[in-house]
Ligand binder design. Sequence first.
Ligand code: GAP
Length: 439
Amino acid sequence: MKMKKLEDMQDLVSLCKRRGFIFQSSEIYGGLGSCWDYGPMGVELKRNVKDSWWKAMTFREDIDGIDAAILMHPQVWKASGHVDGFSDPLVDCKECKARFRADKIDLSAPCPSCKSKDSFTEPRDFNLMFETTMGPVKDSGSTVYLRPETAQGIFVNFLNVQTTMRRKLPFGIAQIGKSFRNEITPGNFTFRTREFEQMEMQYFIKPGTQKEAMEKWKEIRWKWHVDQGLTESKLRWHDHGTELAHYADAAFDIEYEFPIGWDEMEGIHSRTDFDLGRHAEFSGKNLNYVDQADGNKKYIPYVLETAVGCDRHILALLCDAYRVENPGEKEERVVLGFIPKMAPIKVAVMPLMKKEPLEAVARPLLEKLQTRYKCEYDVAGSIGKRYRRQDEIGTPYCITVDYDSLEDNSVTVRDRDSMAQERIKLEDIENYLLTKLGF
Ligand code: GAP
């Protein structure tokens, strides 16, 4: 059988719209640049991703979760360096007014948009933080920022978590939440957006142990992406080497080979004591850790951070899962081959026709199965069309109730990948799915 993987991102954008994964934000008003809404299928996929990350990170002895506010004291962003340094170099084309990141284009070449020569302004720094005002009076004293990373919510809660949870080093704090960056050149679907979700974990460690912590977390995080179903040969490491952010002494990215090329999906950063040190300095609070295991030595913990974009990981899952079987032929079918844990819908229940007595068998079956799984009940259209729809949303199993079911108390279970069909007794269905899905 011939098979084609995703080559053009536009094919995925179309599937995501047609099957309810991702819609353009405010579409009926013409859309809002680089903002996207997750539809009914997308939201299930996102929930599966977040659940999987949350379990991997917090169902362990040494990590607690939090959910910090998006709006934080403006001093947080002074201390973190974001007010003064979280900027990209920006150039404008004087002819067509298009804007570019100066570090992403060749400034000696013509404008990529209008092809004018020598038309760029001098690069200037553009801060990526979104500002808003708090309270009824709009003055400079009321300026607050939409957080550009979730990490700072963790740093400012270090002491709260350490004391309430009676933590000793090493321990971690995990968080999932929205971040906002006024990106100069967002795009490529949900790859770079101005509002996105991050899944970050800060692991607090003894200074001097950052190398072994880096090795340990690199291994854990790589395995997580593979366990999510991503093709391992489409993953690779990028070592930042000496090109490091102001807070880091080492950094590695896990990159995925998107149809637009290799790019970052997760960053694993050794952040030293920069953040806690700066918050101690700016807040005046003592953030020293007293190491009882080392003669009550006092020090600011170092931090090993794992930071993955939830939306970017979802985009990788969608790209990876997408395949066209028998492209261009009569039997062409598009499949999202998610692993069952990631599939938005686990089981589709389909009476052959929207008629009694078929529905009298199908509905109770649905009710039984949806106490455990997210299911769909589909009665519209031919069975062939219903299968194609489930293939395109990645449903691992479809169960058809037909007229024979009324006689033999059995149903047809169809496997998404092999398309093989099996007759299974109604009383055995739950065990069958448990074995096949693995949960
Ligand atoms: N606290 C560290 C931090 O935020 P980052 O490398 O800037 O590090 C981590 O971001 C991850 O967040 C990235 O690897 C990416 O997956 C995701 N991310 C960052 N900016 C994004 C954007 N504009 N749109 C979508 N995802 C983004």
